[in-house]
Design a protein around this ligand. Structure first.
Ligand code: NAD
Ligand code: UFG
Length: 344
């Protein structure tokens, strides 16, 4: 198939495109490079030994999107493009709604106008809000608690309404839990611009000496060691989940929602210890206050994805840490070639 991938230069997109190319699909990538570098796709092409088409464009520009579809006929779209920082979304809600929701509306209109009605969408476990019932199942009520999460929730609703109006649409809503890790080559990985918001990139930047100490946000949660528990999912497993969802849509209409998680929980301290083993060095940390808005535990019930797609997480905490570390150690400044100064 020919697949259009929005946001394909980013972390999850680049790993998924590699999987698509290795599976014999062709990829056209649209990205505005607001949170990524084209270098990621140069490396994807190097690993795959195949070429793709890259078009620098912004999904909030409907004219540019129409041109993309007009000149690049595709069979399906995987839609990663979006802003994803929770704290920033609280400060700049309009930018988040415009980029994520308006961008998706433009994409859907262009797809419809060009008779492309198969879509895989990057949703998030954040749509479950602070629901304490663990593990989380797809049928639970949504209740996102911040503007970023509400953009995902609103987009899910838009997709459901659109499919109800025209049964030709085939849609997969993939709710990712906590994506981590990197391709085992160490050539592509997560490369956040500025201080990382998420635990894994922060821990790996401390391990490589770019930052001094990990702040552990909360040590008095009702969890075995008092620190937050999450369902970490290796990005290569996520990439396989996208490919399985695309296969499923080739013979199923309708809207299908799947959690992509491992079903296993790991605490912040477990992650730090496991990363220390992978990196062969100690990682200083400091027990700090809870981060506002954080849930004590977030865990997927991934059984629907296994039932429908035959997909389940195959990687381990050890491989998540080893692969993240290989990427970080080989690329201490991410995709940038010039050194990023260490934070004092
Ligand atoms: P990322 O920031 O690395 O990738 C997103 C890409 O989209 C970037 O390359 C960025 O430049 C591009 N982009 C953003 N706005 C755009 C626009 N208007 N037009 C064109 N391109 C645009 O993020 P990621 O971690 O790879 O996440 C991919 C998707 O998965 C996002 O939609 C995110 O919300 C979702 N998601 C991520 C996580 C996570 O923890 N990484 C968890 C759940 C869901
Ligand atoms: N944490 C720390 N120190 C840090 C960063 C995080 O202790 O420097 C802790 C958090 O308190 C939490 C755990 O590590 O207990 C994981 O935090 P992340 O920020 O890595 O991930 P979250 O679970 O908070 O959120 C992530 C994405 C969201 C997404 C959510 C559910 O960032 O966008 O998973 O998919 F919505």
């Amino acid at each position: 198939m020919k697949i259009l991938v929005t946001g394909g230069c980013g972390y999850i997109g680049s790993h998924t495109i590699l999987r698509l190319l290795e599976g014999g699909h062709d990829a056209t990538v649209v990205d505005n490079l607001s949170n990524s570098q084209y270098e990621s796709l140069l490396r994807v092409q190097k690993i795959a030994g195949r070429e793709l088409v890259f078009l620098e464009a912004d999904i909030t520009d409907p004219v540019a999107l129409d041109r993309v579809f007009e000149h690049n006929p595709v069979d399906a779209v995987i839609h990663f493009a979006g802003l994803k920082a929770v704290g920033e979304s609280v400060q700049e809600p309009l930018r988040y709604y415009r980029n994520n929701v308006t961008g998706t509306l433009n994409l859907l209109e262009s797809m419809d106008a060009h008779d492309v009605r198969t879509l895989v969408f990057s949703s998030s476990a954040t749509v479950y809000g602070n629901n304490p019932q663990m593990p989380l199942k797809e049928g639970y009520a949504r209740g996102a608690t911040n503007p970023y999460g509400r953009t995902k929730q609103q987009i899910e609703e838009i997709l459901i309404d659109l499919q109800a109006s025209d049964p030709r649409w085939r849609m997969a809503l993939l709710r990712y839990f906590n994506p981590v890790g990197a391709h085992p080559s160490g050539l592509i990985g997560e490369d956040p611009l500025g201080p990382p918001n998420n635990l894994f990139p922060f821990v790996s930047q401390v391990a490589v000496g770019r930052r001094d100490t990990v702040n552990v946000f909360g040590s008095d949660y009702p969890t075995p060691d008092g620190t937050g528990v999450r369902d970490y999912i290796h990005v290569m497993d996520l990439a396989a989940g996208h490919s399985a969802a695309l296969d499923y849509l080739s013979d199923h209409q309708g809207v299908h929602t799947w959690n992509l998680g491992s079903g296993q929980g790991h605490s912040v301290l477990e992650i730090i210890r496991s990363f220390e083993k992978a990196a062969g060095r100690s990682i200083p940390y400091n027990l700090a206050d809870r981060r506002p808005g954080d849930a004590p535990v977030s865990l997927a019930d991934p059984s629907s994805a296994f039932r429908d797609l035959g997909w389940k997480a195959a990687e381990t905490l050890e491989s998540m840490c080893a692969d993240s570390w290989r990427w970080q150690e080989n690329n201490p400044n991410g995709y940038r070639t010039e050194a990023v100064p260490a934070v004092p």
